[in-house]
Design a protein around this ligand. Structure first.
Ligand SMILES: Nc1ncnc2c1ncn2[C@@H]1O[C@H](COP(=O)(O)OP(=O)(O)OP(=O)(O)O)[C@@H](O)[C@H]1O
Length: 464
C-alpha cells in the first residue's frame, strides 16, 4: 500500500489536489460550468497509465459507472511542479502494476463470425481503446476458418508475446488450447491465455469474472492487463485414434442436443439452447450408453466440504495436487485399451444428462458445477438417469442450475472423477459436445491432466 501522496495540479485555472492513498487515486473534478465538484475515486487496479506530456499529467483509467459497468476515461491536468509530478507519476504507475508487467505485447485472435458476427466490432470499439490506453501492443489475426486459431497457436513463435488473447466465445479458446498442447515444445511454453467475451457462449469469462461481469468487455480487458496467471487442468480425450484436449466440458444427453442441434439458429443467441433442449426432451431422444468412471468421491456432502476447505485454504486429500512436473502422458491409456477401466465404477442404461465440467459456470446464470475447481486434477460429473423421472422434473433440474440447487435433488448424481469412458449405445446418430463444440459421435475416454495451461485470472480462483 502506498503512503498518502498528494500532487497539486491545475484544472481549468483552479488548483486541485490529486491524492494517492492506500492504493486509491482521488480528486475533485469540476462537474459542469456552474462549478459544482464531483469526487472521483479510482482504485490502482483500474489505472491503466499515468504519463507526463507537455507540462500536463494524463491519467487513463477505467472508472466505475453504474453498478456493473466500467468506462474508459482520460483526465488531463496542467502541472505546477514537474519534478513532484515525476515522483507522483512513478509511484502511481508502480502501484497500478504491482502484480503484473506493464505494456504487454499480445497475440489476439478475433473470430469474425463469433458472437453473431459482432466480435470484431466489440474488440475494436471496446477492448482496443483500453489496451491502447494501457500502452499494450498486439498482433491481430482475424480467423478465416474453423481451426485457424489452432493452426497458428501450434506454430507461432511465442517469445515476443506476453499472452494470447481470444476475442470470441469458448470455441476459439478451445482451439488455442489444442494448438498450444499439440506443439512439440508444449510443456516448455507457459504463455497465459486472456479472454475477451465476444461470443455467444462465454463460459470461461463468466467463471473468471463472475456471473455479473463475465460478459463485460471492459472488465475482461482490464483482467488481461492486470490479472494474474492461474494454472488450470486440462482434459485429455481419446476418440478412435485421435487425441485432443478440452478445458471446459464434456456433454452427452439433452443439453448436448440442445446446443449442437441448434447450431443453425445462432441468431437466437442463448435462447437456442433452451429451445433445443426442450425439443430433445419432447422428442424422447434416446441416450443409452455405457459409462465407466474412476470415481474419487461420490458423496455430495464430502464434496461440498472439500470445496469449502480449498476456499478456506486448508490442504485436503482431494484438492492438494502437488506441483509435480507437468505431463501430457495419459495415465489411463486410451479409449482403445481394455485394461484401465476394469476396476472402474460402471453404469449402464439411458439417462438425460451425462455432463462433465472442469469449470463452474457453463453459461450465464447456469452454475452447473458449483464445486468445480481449476486445478484439483478432477472432473465434476453429473448424471441424471432416465428411470422414473418426469419431463417436468428434468426441466426443474435445468432451472435449478440458476442457483446450483440441483445438487440437492435426489435425481442428480454428482461425482468427482479422475477419468471416465462413455460409449453411446444408440444406433442413430446423436450429439456429443466437447467445450461446446460438436465432437464425433463415437466412444470417448477422458482423463484430467493437472495444471497444464495458464489462464489470466483476477485472483487465481474461479468465481462461484
Ligand atoms: N472465419 C470463420 N468462419 C467460420 N467459422 C469460424 C471462423 N473462424 C472461427 N470459426 C469457428 O467458429 C466457431 C465458433 O467460435 P466461438 O465458440 O469462439 O464463437 P461463439 O460465437 O461463442 O460460438 P458458440 O455459439 O459456439 O459459443 C468455432 O468452432 C471456430 O472454429
Amino acid at each position: 500500500m502506498t503512503e498518502f501522496l498528494q500532487l497539486q495540479v491545475k484544472n481549468e485555472d483552479k488548483t486541485i489536489n490529486l491524492s494517492f492513498n492506500n492504493d486509491i487515486l482521488s480528486f475533485e473534478k469540476k462537474k459542469n460550468f456552474k462549478g459544482t465538484n464531483k469526487p472521483i475515486s479510482i482504485p490502482a487496479r483500474n489505472i491503466l497509465s499515468v504519463t507526463l506530456n507537455d507540462s500536463r499529467i494524463i491519467i487513463n483509467a477505467l472508472v466505475p459507472k453504474d453498478k456493473l459497468k466500467l468506462k474508459l476515461k482520460t483526465y488531463s491536468f496542467e502541472l505546477n511542479d514537474e519534478s513532484a509530478a515525476q515522483t507522483w507519476k512513478d509511484t502511481v504507475n508502480l502501484a497500478a502494476y504491482k502484480d503484473t508487467k506493464k505494456a504487454k505485447h499480445l497475440k489476439v485472435f478475433i473470430n469474425p463470425i463469433g458472437g453473431s458476427g459482432k466480435a470484431n466490432k466489440i474488440f475494436n470499439k471496446i477492448a482496443k481503446p483500453i489496451f491502447d490506453a494501457a500502452n499494450c501492443t498486439y498482433d491481430i489475426t482475424l480467423t478465416e476458418h474453423s481451426n485457424h486459431a489452432k493452426e497458428i497457436a501450434n506454430k507461432l513463435d511465442l517469445k515476443p508475446y506476453d499472452a494470447i488473447v481470444s476475442a470470441s466465445g469458448d470455441g476459439i479458446i478451445h482451439e488455442i488450447v489444442n494448438g498450444l498442447l499439440s506443439r512439440p515444445d508444449a510443456l516448455e511454453t507457459d504463455i497465459p491465455i486472456g479472454v475477451i467475451p465476444a461470443g455467444t457462449g462465454n463460459a470461461l469469462s463468466i467463471c473468471l469474472l463472475g456471473n455479473d461481469y463475465g460478459n463485460s468487455v471492459p472488465h475482461a480487458t482490464l483482467n488481461i492487463i492486470k490479472g494474474v496467471p492461474m494454472k488450470i487442468d486440462v482434459c485429455s480425450i481419446t476418440q478412435d485414434e485421435e487425441r485432443y484436449f478440452a478445458f471446459m466440458s464434456l456433454n452427452y444427453g439433452i443439453m448436448a442436443d440442445g446446443d449442437i442441434s441448434t447450431d443453425h439458429l445462432r441468431w437466437m443467441k442463448d435462447s437456442r439452447f433452451v429451445l433445443g433442449t426442450i425439443q430433445a426432451l419432447l422428442e424422447n431422444r434416446n441416450y443409452d450408453c455405457e459409462l465407466a468412471m474412476k470415481v474419487v468421491e461420490d458423496n455430495i456432502e464430502r464434496i461440498r466440504q472439500e470445496y469449502n476447505n480449498v476456499y478456506n485454504s486448508s490442504p485436503s486429500s482431494i484438492t492438494d495436487i502437488q506441483d509435480k512436473p507437468r505431463t501430457l502422458v495419459n495415465k489411463y491409456g486410451t479409449v482403445n485399451d481394455s485394461n484401465p477401466i476394469k476396476e472402474w465404477t460402471k453404469l449402464d442404461g439411458d439417462g438425460y444428462f451425462f455432463f462433465a465440467g472442469k469449470v463452474p459456470w457453463v453459461s450465464k446464470n447456469n452454475l452447473a458445477f458449483p464445486f468445480a475447481l481449476p486445478s484439483d486434477g478432477l472432473l465434476d460429473l453429473m448424471i441424471v438417469k432416465r428411470d422414473k423421472i418426469s419431463k417436468t422434473k428434468v426441466i426443474n433440474i435445468l432451472q435449478a442450475f440458476n442457483d446450483a440447487s440441483h445438487i440437492n435433488m435426489k435425481e442428480v448424481n454428482y461425482y468427482k472423477v479422475e477419468a471416465f469412458r462413455l460409449t453411446p449405445k444408440n444406433k442413430e446418430n446423436g450429439y456429443i459436445s466437447i467445450d461446446g463444440e460438436k465432437a464425433p459421435f463415437k466412444p470417448f475416454q477422458v482423463e484430467v491432466l493437472p495444471k497444464i495451461i495458464n489462464i489470466i485470472s483476477v485472483n487465481g480462483k474461479y468465481s462461484t
